[in-house]
Design a protein around this ligand. Sequence first.
Ligand SMILES: [Zn+2]
Length: 495
Amino acid sequence: MMRLTVIFTLLLLTSCVSNKLITVEKDTNAVNYANTITAKELKGHLYVFASDKFLGRETGKEGQQIAEKYLVDEFKEIGIEPGNNGSYLQSFEVVEHLRPVATIYVNGREYFNRKQFYFFSSLADFEDTTIQLKDVVDVSYGIENKELNNYKDIIVKDKIVLINVNNPEEVAPEENWNWRRKLALAQEKGAQSVFFIDEYYDQRLEVVSHYLESSTMNLLEDEDKEKGQYIPFYFVNDVLKKELLEAETDIKIDFNFRDVVLETTNVLAYVEGSDSVLKDEVIVITAHYDHIGVEGQDIYNGADDDGTGSVALLELAEAFQLAKKNGNGPKRSILIMPVSGEEKGLLGSKYYTNHPVYPLENTVANLNIDMIGRIDSTHLGDTNYLYLIGSDRISNDLHLISEAVNKAYMKLDLDYTYNKEDDPNKFYYRSDHYNFAKNRVPVIFYFSGVHEDYHKVTDTVDKIIFEKVEKAARLVFYTAWELANREERIKKNAK
Ligand SMILES: [Zn+2]
């Protein structure tokens, strides 16, 4: 599961919910194959997959390649077909932005990034510059407010603007003059760049330091699209502020961006449908096999996130392949796809939906599994619950089938708490199903909730409740089985 770092703009969709009756009859074949998904085998896989040898499975790094090989070897062993025109892999390139080195030279002295100043390299295009003294203007708070219209007589076009990031008491908090608004205003007025002066610099640097220290990743093909939202802007401490205000020489800023292109993969395994017409329609089952890697001596095993989903896919592949081998394969096709790049911004699923191997218009649904092996604080001692997210948003048929399948086979307590549009955790946007949903493919996200070890080194395999993983994986199996074998393809809601 991806960390929540972005403020999303929410589109409120009105869904047209029909109350048609959907029933699911228990299929003994399905039960036989689902029963091959066992806690014991899941455990066997996860003790390897979430071990230190897999180095936290970071996208584009050695650990991810080890995990990829494990998955491919297991798929071969199972005998399931490769899903990408004869290959188990869909390769793609990502760019890793290592934390930039930057220096400001003023009055014969040097000031360094994350010491006397900092900046957010992903929000603007930064390049080496020399600032002439005559171009620097101080606009105080940089706001437009009846009492404090301090922009009125100052020309800021093409200037380098100094702005106090904080506000005086006269400015009510509800006016919301935060740095983003001040920056946008300066930009609107034609400023060249902004230096934010901050009397609470040290505290603020502390808050954002983790973010500034870590590298970020992007799809190589998206590199140019997603840059330069703002003019260059910097936060500076008191020492540097004084230097800037009393500069006697030109100010030089040098950047050293270190971008590395890395190769990574989605892994694709495929069971072709048995019906000559329906086999063109595919159900895609995903889980992300990457995690957040290594930090110093610490290896982030990501046993729950999303080791559990990854090993569930292996068991699902085995069950579907066995059904096919016995002549009982599903009518529609099944694509089982462990993706990478999830922790870096859902990159693998984004790449796949940008370059689908099977057309998205033929993709019936995406069932996505991310973290199904722990019990959260609201369900202590209960292995029989599961959060489902998104099931009714694009296709109410999918929701009704999912419910009916659960009733017929598993009788889990399905919890829709996180499916609410106004859920502050925004889980609907934070795992790989979202890239399918964005393309109007109906989705269900299966999740057992957050816990204190989320994105910590303590997310280890000894804490996994395999009985729970087994139940969740079986529910996904039955749901995919039903979607693949029903006469009628599920319908989407009216937009
Ligand atoms: Zn995660």
